[in-house]
Design a protein around this ligand. Structure first.
Ligand code: F6R
Length: 354
């Protein structure tokens, strides 16, 4: 039932081209999607609430929704908002939960509903608890996810939020067409990354042996740095942290040493010069750097830098491709360290207690 793969996690990572295709089919009818869902002219603000990996999908969604629609999006960690005395009112709130059973998300969505906010569930599990609480539900068609570490559902959540943003009437038409066109190419580009996964496996020697690992990124990829670090902690038991690249010099720099490894996610967007400068500063401090960058990026030198090259895409879709790379990095690191990949210690697939 692992489809020939050694672990469910690797199987689920490999299902991602098909999951993206399923999402694009499911969300292919913008008027219906729009009516059923979220964005009408009265939606002037939005809250996204979730935990863990789903929270990182919400962070990517916030960036994209704000850029494409100008609608301000609040992000709330579900375990925090459920205890806060004040709920800030927005027109609508989306609770993201793969399992639909995460206690903190259920409670926080209930609180939002009581505060008079219209609530929507974004979940992978039909008729899960979250869909009974929320006023409306959007399903992600990712299929069952068995490994504790969320992978294909993360990518599916991001696609759902992008499609929601694109359904809003204020989105520039050319931008919408460009993104939609590029979305169609994403399954093939993910497949290219999967077909070259041996290169990612090779790069993991620098991660598996490091005392500490930092993931850095800028802009829409910052949540992918956080997600890469979460995955490395969760399944490879590595002391890993994710940062905005520009924040390194405000403290974390003190931790850099020759035994640290930094994974830099470089998306070829407006942040290229700034993140390149960060990489050079880190190298000057003798830490090892692995750059995840695009196939045509000439800023880095294949003979002196450690580079993982992946296909280029629209800058707002780059988190999807980078997510696949950090999943594989964590997977192969965990394998090299002999960890029980599908069922890491102390963790459960759905956290139904506070
Ligand atoms: C990490 C992971 C967790 C979940 C979190 C929320 O790989 O799987 O961080 O994302 O427990 O779970 P759901 O999305 O089911 O609410």
């Amino acid at each position: 039932e692992k489809g020939g793969f050694e672990h469910y996690m690797l199987k689920e990572i490999n299902e991602q081209p098909e999951v993206v295709r399923a999402c694009l089919r499911a969300y292919s009818d913008p008027p219906r999607f729009r009516n059923q869902l979220i964005f009408d002219s009265t939606t002037d603000s939005l809250t996204l609430t979730a935990c863990g990996t789903s929270y990182h999908a919400a962070e990517v969604g916030k960036f994209i929704i704000e850029e494409l629609t100008g609608i301000p999006v609040r992000l709330e960690i579900a375990s925090e908002i459920r205890h806060r005395p004040t709920i800030i009112k927005t027109a609508k709130a989306i609770g993201l939960s793969q399992s639909g059973e995460t206690a903190d998300v259920l409670t926080s969505l209930k609180r939002m509903k009581e505060a008079g906010i219209e609530t929507i569930a974004l979940t992978n599990v039909f008729q899960s608890s979250i869909s009974r609480i929320a006023d409306d539900t959007i399903y992600i068609p990712a299929g069952p996810e068995v490994a504790v570490a969320a992978t294909k559902t993360f990518v599916a959540q991001i696609i759902a939020l992008i499609k929601l943003a694109l359904a809003h009437q204020s989105v520039d038409r050319t931008m919408r067409d460009q993104i939609n066109l590029e979305l169609e190419r994403i399954p093939h580009k993910i497949q290219q990354i999967l077909d070259n996964r041996h290169l990612i496996k090779q790069a993991t020697s620098l991660v598996a042996a490091a005392d500490q690992v930092f993931f850095i990124a800028k802009g829409v990829n910052v949540p992918i740095a956080l997600e890469g670090a979460l995955k490395a902690k969760e399944i490879a038991y590595i002391n890993a942290e994710g940062f905005c690249a520009g924040e390194l010099k405000h403290g974390p720099f003190a931790l850099l040493s020759p035994s640290s490894t930094v994974i830099a996610i470089i998306a070829g967007d407006e942040n290229q010069a700034s993140i390149t400068a960060s990489v050079r500063e880190i190298q000057a401090r003798k830490s090892k750097v692995v750059c995840i960058t695009r196939e045509n990026d000439s800023t880095f030198n294949d003979s002196t830098d450690n580079i993982l090259r992946i296909p280029s895409t629209h800058r707002l879709l780059s988190p999807i491709l980078n997510a696949v790379v950090v999943q594989l990095l964590a997977y192969y690191t965990a394998e090299a360290r002999g960890c029980p990949i599908d069922f890491p210690r102390n963790l459960a697939k759905s956290v139904t207690v506070e």
